[in-house]
Design a protein around this ligand. Sequence first.
Ligand SMILES: O=C(O)CCC(=O)C(=O)O
Length: 225
Amino acid sequence: MDSGSDRLYHDLFGEDSDDDLEFLNDIEEPIPGLVIYRNVLSAGQCAQYYSWLTTEYFADTTDRRANQGMHFGALTDPDTPLGRLGQISTTLQRLLPASVLARPVVFDQAIINLYDPGEGIGDHVDLLRFGDGVVGFSFGGSATMRMRQVRGDMQRAATYARELESVDPDEVAVALHAGDVYAMSGEARYRWTHGIPKTVRGEANIQDRRISVTLRKLDPDRINH
Ligand SMILES: O=C(O)CCC(=O)C(=O)O
């Protein structure tokens, strides 16, 4: 990492330990445009986020259908928990080679998903009203996210999230653990579906409650898509 990136990193993550930087040597790109950073947030930070997200979005136990929260507005203020995730995601993008992402995205929308054991989310392409560049944070239990190349109509894949029944021998499975961060852009964002299947090899994919936070940027020219 050059010294500019070093400064940027320390501004956000603190000066405490250079061990924290190790994940930067361990960046995976399993398909073009999908970048996985492992263990970006510590176990302590994950526990704090999990607890804050639960209180903020899912505290009403009388409403069992509340499994999704949304936030609209700039995610840039490091004094708010979601703003801090926005800042971290911008930093991570800046640390990538330009070949992966030409310019970092500053996010203004967040979706918070809660998965209890046995639950998942259908295969889909994120709505086209959001621009290129989506970053996801994982808290709580682990999950496998699967990605499949879009073979039909991309617009349809973007409006119709349904777990695909067919077998795709070319699908890519990505293990996501608390503290990991993924970034999707370009081909991975538009030409591949992503989803969290309910089962993996005959067993529940989610074994312990998981909460994800995905950050996006609204595209004002495509607001009706
Ligand atoms: O839980 C995840 O990491 C995936 C969430 C997702 O696919 C979405 O919000 O569109």
